[in-house]
Design a protein around this ligand. Structure first.
Ligand code: SDX
Length: 443
């Protein structure tokens, strides 16, 4: 049986190049170590198989960096989230979603003229090819809107052929703008279809989030008045959800893109992954859980179930792969929840009371303290989105709408990375060794 021993990272003699040595079958294998601007250093094992005949093994990628990136940084121990170096609380407080889109896509906050130009380009692309309306009528009215999103977004590649050549930077940029611009229209149409109301066209005189709310809640029979407090809250929710490093859906988009698939197909793959309740589907699951708990007196029963190893129940909206501290987005989300409920005169929303009490109990319980489980962005978002008028089935759609800019920014970075090649992980095989075929009569 081979033994593998890792020795300490050593500063190599030659210059400041760092390396680590792995002892594999009594042979020392040198592997380079790279430093980022902030965050953990990485050990480059890309040549390990070629030099040692060993794979590494990391199901769930808990200790594996899949790429180099300059977009988003998370310090999970200290609950810090930076978009291109800017703290999420400052962007949520002082900026808006389109400004955040410019920052994530191009690396810098736009000045006034760049902002107006970017806003104009997005506004110009908000309409959908009229023929795409027919996709919706192919779905049942009670189809989950995430199923519609996966289908319609994937179908964009059947209509916008002039922005599917990923080798052309101009086409990549048009596809990026189209995705950011059309997601609110596609999402609003999915909502309207589910309630049997006519589709509402985008309006160029409204800003991004107010336009989205009017496409969702306006009706042809009367003029729609956008509530600036609710539009601001919607916009801030989009900022909070815009990007989050190499999470499951972003990794899906990167892997799909590494084969050369067109951007619309890659985003559709990201939407499908985000739908899972362990990921973006948690906001819908968290609100359903809070409503099922119903009253604060029933909280202990659910906390006990969440702690029971034999019970698959988990506290939805709690815990995170990276945050072992309070998710900074959850803190801002809770503040936004209070603002929206106050603006709507729903301060005593019973579900919010359950959420606040559940958070208090969980954060004092040694199980959650020991496992460093804190509320994540999905814990409060559902209460706010329901107050804004959305059904729970639309919650993950809104997450996908906001995360589209993050997916696109990460996809572009992957395409433009000179080290980029098709992603193709290996495995630890534990299946049958080779054996001879047996005819059915002899089995
Ligand atoms: C998002 O990656 C991202 O960045 C995602 C995201 C983004 O912006 O893209 O932040 C969005 O997906 C937020 C997370 C939303 N999901 C949920 O709220 C669902 C509930 N949370 C869990 O399913 C879980 O916490 C995960 C999936 C979020 C994280 O899972 P991990 O990192 O694989 O952790 P784990 O499942 O190994 O849990 C570690 C321990 C386990 O106990 P032990 O096996 O060690 O005894 O903590 C326990 C788990 O049982 N645990 C929970 C729990 N979450 C973890 N126990 C009860 N309730 C929970 N919510």
């Amino acid at each position: 049986m081979s033994s593998v021993e890792a020795t300490q990272t050593q500063a190599a003699d030659a210059g400041d190049r760092k390396s680590a040595s792995l002892i594999v079958d009594n042979k020392s294998v040198e592997v380079p170590v790279y430093e980022g601007t902030i965050g953990p250093e990485v050990i480059d094992i890309s040549k390990l198989y070629g030099t040692s005949g060993y794979f590494t093994y990391d199901p769930g990628f808990t200790s594996t960096a899949s790429c180099e990136s300059k977009i988003t940084y998370i310090d999970g121990e200290n609950g810090i989230l930076l978009y291109r170096g800017y703290p999420i609380d400052q962007l949520a407080e002082h900026g808006d979603f389109l400004e955040t889109c410019h920052l994530l896509l191009y690396g810098e906050l736009p000045n006034a003229s760049q902002y107006e130009d970017f806003k104009g380009r997005v506004t110009y692309h908000t309409m959908l090819h009229e023929q795409m309306n027919r996709f919706y009528t192919g779905f049942r009215r009670d189809a989950h809107p995430m199923a519609i999103m996966v289908g319609v977004v994937g179908a964009l590649s059947a209509f916008y052929h002039d922005s599917t050549d990923i080798a052309d930077p101009v086409q990549r940029d048009i596809a990026s703008i189209r995705m950011i611009a059309k997601m609110p229209t596609i999402a609003a149409m999915a909502y309207k279809y589910s309630i049997g109301q006519p589709f509402i066209y985008p309006r160029n005189d409204l800003d991004y989030s107010a336009n989205f709310l009017q496409m969702c809640f306006a009706v042809p029979c009367e003029e729609y008045k956008a509530d600036p407090v609710l539009a601001r809250a919607m916009d801030r929710i989009f900022v909070l959800h815009a990007d989050h490093e190499q999470n499951a859906s972003t990794s899906t988009v990167r892997l799909a893109g590494s084969s050369g698939a067109n951007p619309f197909a890659c985003i559709s793959a990201g939407i499908a992954c985000l739908w899972g309740p362990a990921h973006g589907g948690a906001n819908e699951a968290a609100l359903n859980m809070l409503e099922e708990i119903g009253t604060p007196d029933r909280i202990p029963e659910y906390v006990d179930r969440a702690k029971d190893k034999d019970d698959p129940f988990r506290l939805m909206g709690f815990g995170h792969r990276v945050y072992k501290n309070y998710d900074p987005r959850a803190r801002i989300m809770q503040k936004t929840t209070h603002e929206v409920l106050d603006a709507l005169g729903l301060r005593n929303d019973p579900t919010l009371q359950v959420a606040l009490e559940l958070e208090k109990i969980a954060l004092e319980d040694e199980y959650f303290v020991e496992k460093k489980l804190y509320p994540n962005i999905d814990f409060y978002s559902g209460i706010t989105l329901r107050a804004l008028g959305f059904p729970t089935t639309m919650f993950t759609v809104l997450f996908a709408l906001a995360r589209t800019v993050g997916w696109i920014a990460q996809w572009r970075e992957m395409i433009e990375d000179p080290q980029q090649r098709i992603g193709r992980p290996r495995q630890l095989y534990t299946g049958p060794t080779e054996r001879e075929y047996v005819r059915i009569g002899d089995r």
